[in-house]
Design a protein. Structure first.
Lengths: 335, 124, 151
């Protein structure tokens, strides 16, 4: 691996996406991407007693299916990296204990998927590991009760609020088995804080982080938006992606034509999710369904995925602090 | 009949307006609903402390008692009435006594339903 | 450009860019919902008054509150109250129904953590501020009134 410029790293080995799997809840399953997901679960508790246990089952089902599809034996998976939105990463911890794999738990809120891919591909590029599993997810009901109000509590959401996605995405990376889609480069983000303190307005808080990472990547690699078939952000939502387009334009990059936001596209406009989806499961499930499937068919060749994460806690928010945000970028290349 | 109709008009006017003002504050400022509840409660308690809110209650009935202003008013009223009969002890106990029935019913019924109902995922 | 100036400029831009709720409709919804709940309360008050004409205003008010609280908790149990609240906004949380809903929803939500640390400890997780402040104000009013009554 070698460093290019300030924040970008280039992999020297072939790090391939061997298999992938995505699972979403019923609301996401009604959305425009319904044909791309591997599993659509109608029961948010997966037959368990609590939402938290349900979230773990979602992780297990997704990961097991990803491993099965890859034909790699579970014993040959060297590492499992990933995380979720729960305090102390409980969902991933219980899943890791069930899977009996070596585990690194990561937390970058909604940017955890790209963070996992970065850590995973670093291990593969060093040659220390051969197969690495990256999985992240989130669950609307567990996030809602941890970060906001009880589910039956009646309140009006702000017009610029977003909806936590119930979904899990798992990607299996390998440096031995080759496949069509490879991880080529990544850029590690800096924590960015533009002073937004309204937790309902995540899109506005995270957009500057995405802008800084993308600009740094373009500068480091000497490329621009025209060199990529698709630039996808994680969960900025409609408002956040509009802000990002404005910010990028200010920096001299017009990303209007080949830009999508996973959070914006996962729900239909009539699904009453206001600005769209958010959560660690948002970019994870869309990457492992829509984006990677388009790359496997060859429709997309060079893709940038920029997951953005808001790194506050309920405590810092109640104390009036602004929201620090981060964005990591991963560049995929297909054949 | 005309009198009853007039009463309902007053209820609609007062009850509806109080809620509308609160909604206006929600939209126009970044104050959260929880804070607005506390502010309205305080306004009710102040108006109640000066004995002003009872005129509104007489005029608009449930339109004045049901909004949280009425809750603040009844707490303040409870304290004042209790001071008249029990002195300092009344000042300490009056508020909670006035609120006791409503709070007890809320706790009791919520406790009860928690045995039968679990929270469900929101659909929209 | 220093950070403070950058942030201020960005926040002003975000404020302008963020969509505003359709405030006429939302005010109208709040008015309708608030008026409906209050009318319902007035109806119960009339019914009670027809049976007990001598009941004083304070007790009557308390009874109306209790009835609206009970109805709200039942609606919460059946899972329809959050729909009403989404429509009504302040029209549902400013009347006593909001208080009842916040207690009932917490009780249901945290039952999985058990009767002690869940239902017991967290029942007033949302409604707590109202109760705590209400009792504090009543203490202030009572003590001030007591001191005045001494002279």
């Amino acid at each position: 691996m070698k460093k290019i410029g300030e924040q970008t790293f280039e992999l020297e080995k072939d790090v391939c996406v061997v298999s992938r799997c995505s699972l979403v809840g019923s609301k996401e399953g009604d959305g425009p991407l319904k044909d791309y997901f591997d599993f659509i679960e109608t029961d948010d508790k997966m037959g368990e007693k609590t939402f938290e246990k349900g979230e773990r089952q979602m992780f297990l089902k997704t990961i097991k299916s990803a491993i099965e599809k890859s034909k790699i034996k579970k014993e040959n998976i060297d590492l499992y990296v990933g995380g979720d939105l729960m305090n102390q990463l409980v969902s991933s911890n219980y899943v890791a204990s069930e899977l009996e794999l070596c585990f690194l738990g990561l937390y970058n809120a909604c940017a955890t998927m790209t963070e996992s891919l970065i850590v995973g591909s670093t291990f593969l590029d060093s040659g220390g590991a051969t197969n690495v599993l990256c999985a992240t997810g989130s669950h609307f009901s567990t996030a809602e009760r941890q970060y906001r109000y009880p589910l039956e509590f009646g309140n009006q959401r702000q017009s610029y609020a977003q909806w936590t996605v119930t979904g899990v995405g798992a990607t299996l990376l390998s440096n031995k088995i080759s496949s069509k889609v490879k991880v080529k480069r990544f850029a590690i983000g800096k924590v960015t804080d533009f002073g937004v303190s309204d937790i309902a307005n995540m899109g506005a808080a995270m957009a500057p982080a995405a802008m800084e990472t993308i600009c740094a990547f373009f500068k480091d690699t000497g490329t621009n938006q025209k060199d990529y078939d698709l630039i996808a952000t994680g969960d900025l939502g409609k408002l956040g992606s509009d802000i990002l387009k404005d910010l990028m334009l200010e920096k001299g990059y017009d990303i209007e034509t080949n830009y999508i936001d996973c959070g914006h596209m996962i729900f239909n406009i009539d699904q009453d999710t206001l600005q769209g989806g958010s959560g660690a499961g948002c970019s994870a499930s869309v990457l492992n369904s829509y984006i990677l499937s388009k790359m496997e068919t060859g429709e997309l060749k060079r893709v940038l995925l920029i997951s953005t994460g808001a790194l506050m806690s309920t405590t810092t928010n109640q104390q009036g602090d602004s929201i620090p945000c981060i964005a990591h970028l991963v560049m995929f290349e297909g054949e | 009949m005309g009198e009853a109709l007039l009463m309902y008009l007053k209820v609609i006017l007062v009850g509806g307006s109080i809620c509308m003002i609160a909604q206006l504050i929600v939209i126009k400022t970044k104050i959260t609903p929880a804070r607005i509840l506390v502010i309205f409660l305080m306004v009710g308690a102040i108006l109640g402390g000066f004995g002003l809110y009872n005129y509104v209650v007489e005029w608009a009935g449930a339109g004045a008692t049901l909004p949280i202003l009425g809750f603040g008013n009844s707490l303040a009223n409870g304290a004042i009435t209790a001071v008249k009969t029990d002195g300092l002890f009344g000042a300490l106990s009056g508020g909670l006594i006035a609120a006791s029935a409503g709070v007890a019913v809320s706790i009791g019924l919520s406790y009860l339903i928690s045995f039968f109902v679990s929270s469900r995922t929101k659909k929209d | 450009m220093d950070k403070q100036a950058r942030n201020e400029k960005y926040l002003a831009y975000v404020e302008k860019k963020s969509p505003k709720a359709g405030w006429f409709t939302s005010l109208f919804h709040a008015f309708v919902m608030g008026a409906t709940i209050c009318c319902l309360g007035q109806m119960f008050s009339d019914i009670i008054k027809s049976f007990y004409p001598m009941m004083d205003l304070l007790t009557l008010g308390a009874w109306i509150n209790i009835i609206v609280i009970a109805l709200t908790i039942l609606l919460t149990a059946f899972g329809c109250f959050d729909r009403l609240a989404k429509y009504g906004g302040a029209g549902t949380f400013i009347p006593i129904s909001g208080f009842a809903n916040s207690i009932a929803s917490c009780a249901i939500e945290f039952k999985k953590e058990g009767l002690v640390f869940g239902v017991g400890a967290k029942m007033f997780y949302v409604a707590g501020p109202v109760l705590v402040n209400g009792v504090a104000y009543s203490l202030i009013v009572g003590i001030v009134y007591f001191i005045i009554s001494l002279f």
